[in-house]
Write a protein that binds this ligand. Sequence first.
Ligand code: FAD
Length: 409
Amino acid sequence: MSLFETSDRAKKYQADLLEFMDSHIYPAEEVYDEQMRASGDPHFQPPIIEELKAEARKRGLWNLFHPHPEWGPGLTNLEYAPLAEIMGRSHIASEACNCNAPDTGNMEVLTLFGTDEHKEKYLKPLLEGTMASAFAMTEPAVASSDATNIELRMERDGDEYLLNGRKWFASNAMHKNCKVLIVMGKTDPTAAPHRQQSMMVVPIDAPGVTVVRNLPVFGYADREGHAEITFENVRVPAKDVLKGEGEGFAISQARLGPGRIHHCMRAIGAAERALELMCRRAQSRVTFGRPVADRSNVQDWIAEARIDIEMIRLLTLKAAHLMDTVGNKEARTEIAAIKVAAPNIALKIIDRAIQVHGGAGVTEDFPLAMMYAHLRTLRLADGPDEVHKRAIARQELRQYRDAATAVVG
Ligand SMILES: Cc1cc2nc3c(=O)[nH]c(=O)nc-3n(C[C@H](O)[C@H](O)[C@H](O)COP(=O)(O)OP(=O)(O)OC[C@H]3O[C@@H](n4cnc5c(N)ncnc54)[C@H](O)[C@@H]3O)c2cc1C
């Protein structure tokens, strides 16, 4: 029995998802690669993804992330965690089950703060898997890990706002189905630092929006893309401000909590897959008369990987449990901790799995190189390690502030 026991309903989803991975997802990985290669277009939407989506939907493995029963199965974070972990084992599983970032976060924002019109026009097709979306906060001109620096100007002009500025790293904006952006900008530069920002719903084809280029990551042009986008006198109706003027910061906190932990859950799945590949390879390759798996340093790596995975899984489940029971705000230290720990530990395990594979590890014949590139970006995306560590340290130090004053005084 696990410390964080999950429900029978969640266990059924786990069993169904594991079966779907074996029968459909893993066999489709090669087909996916072939279809992508044949298309010659890095942002091609391969038919196999649509086939997998139809199958996942038929099996009820759809929108598993969505916490609101009206829109999804209504699982808790603790119930969803093992499912996200399973999907994290393959780079095509999350999209197949309509559980991929950043659509998941955007759907949650539209559920919580969207108008009826937003829900009809964007949320429904996103939940149907017929539309994709992007989230545009980061800017090339300012250090965006401090979101108070965000500069894109949102100036009120009658019943509209006029948007001017430049964003980058808007993931998913190159996806063939991407139709809408959630954009963070500054509506009132004179307000208190956390009340200056607002978020708006902006169609990607609105006049004045230009997708300038895709940003390859470690040389990989990800299919969903990470786009640089300019906004030149883009007119956005005031009704498309989410939650209200000055609420951008609050929305980003609401959005990033669950999003961050979902990344961590998937990172554990990637680490498990890397460990499995490491073990299989180490047993099948022989050097100097003995399988690589017989070497003590390799056994050390395997043992450490198992220990580390168990540790990050427990911390992830604890964070999920706290989010469910005391709320995202109260769980912020655990969310920050796992956001640092999970990608770093997954990276260490993937790196060692690459080493055990020899040259093959860095090729595209195995998923390890791509997994490494992706996981490395998670030390930056949704906040760099240092910013999360800063938050944890400040929380820790707070306890001793009074004591320090007392000693000095
Ligand atoms: C693959 C990928 C996908 C992304 N997807 C999105 C997306 O969909 N939408 C979006 O808006 N953004 C996205 N981002 C952007 C990401 O969120 C930012 O890169 C991140 O928040 C850091 O902002 P920055 O790049 O401006 O770095 P900066 O703010 O310039 O920071 C640079 C570095 O300074 C250091 N640093 C910062 N603060 C501190 C501190 N207090 N103490 C010590 N060191 C510090 C950190 O090491 C940090 O990496 C994505 C990024 C990547 C790589």
